[in-house]
Write a protein that binds this ligand. Structure first.
Ligand code: FE2
Length: 177
């Protein structure tokens, strides 16, 4: 049984019921895209690949179901738990791990468990790569993630936190030492 596909079927059903075409598209792009980043980070960090991809698919489910952003991470814990329990293919321990990461993912300032940090990083990566711009407010986190892939973010100082026009071509392969 492919549990990731079971989750995707649930997510698809929610997204397909979204009448706004742009929101629906954003939901598909973001949730599927973040889930792939989660897989990459899971492989890099030795985490459970399946669970990481599932966290990615579900992390913003509240936002895309209700079009409501405020506190969506914590509100999404309940939403995700309902889906996970209904499917009846996850252990209690797995559900706790999954919803904990979902609940923590918006708190990018503080540090949590490995799976919470993984989804925060996957989210920042996706938001930064979507339009090739640097998500300034999380530039330190992005810099750290990219350094693990031998990419160096060449930003010395960030003056304006509202400036989202810094292109990612400021990222270059780290020179060999
Ligand atoms: Fe997200």
């Amino acid at each position: 049984m492919n549990r990731l596909e079971l989750i995707r079927a649930e997510v698809d059903e929610i997204l397909l019921s979204q009448p706004n075409v742009k929101e629906r598209r954003d939901g598909y792009v973001h949730l599927y895209g973040v889930a792939q980043n989660c897989t990459l980070l899971a492989l890099k960090r030795g985490l459970d690949v399946e669970l990481c991809a599932i966290i990615g698919m579900l992390h913003d489910i509240f936002t895309y179901k209700y079009q409501y952003v405020k506190n969506h991470a914590v509100l999404g814990m309940d939403e995700a738990e309902q889906i996970l329990v209904k499917l009846d293919v996850f252990s209690k321990k797995e559900i706790k791990l999954l919803i904990t990461a979902i609940g923590n993912h918006s708190d990018k300032k503080n540090k949590h468990d490995k799976y919470s940090e993984m989804i925060k990083d996957a989210d920042v990566l996706h938001n930064s790569f979507y339009s090739n711009t640097l998500e300034i407010k999380h530039h330190k986190r992005l810099k750290k993630i990219l350094s693990k892939f031998e990419l160096e973010l060449k930003i010395k100082a960030v003056k304006n936190s509202n400036d989202s026009n810094i292109k990612l071509d400021k990222v270059a392969k780290r020179p060999n030492k």
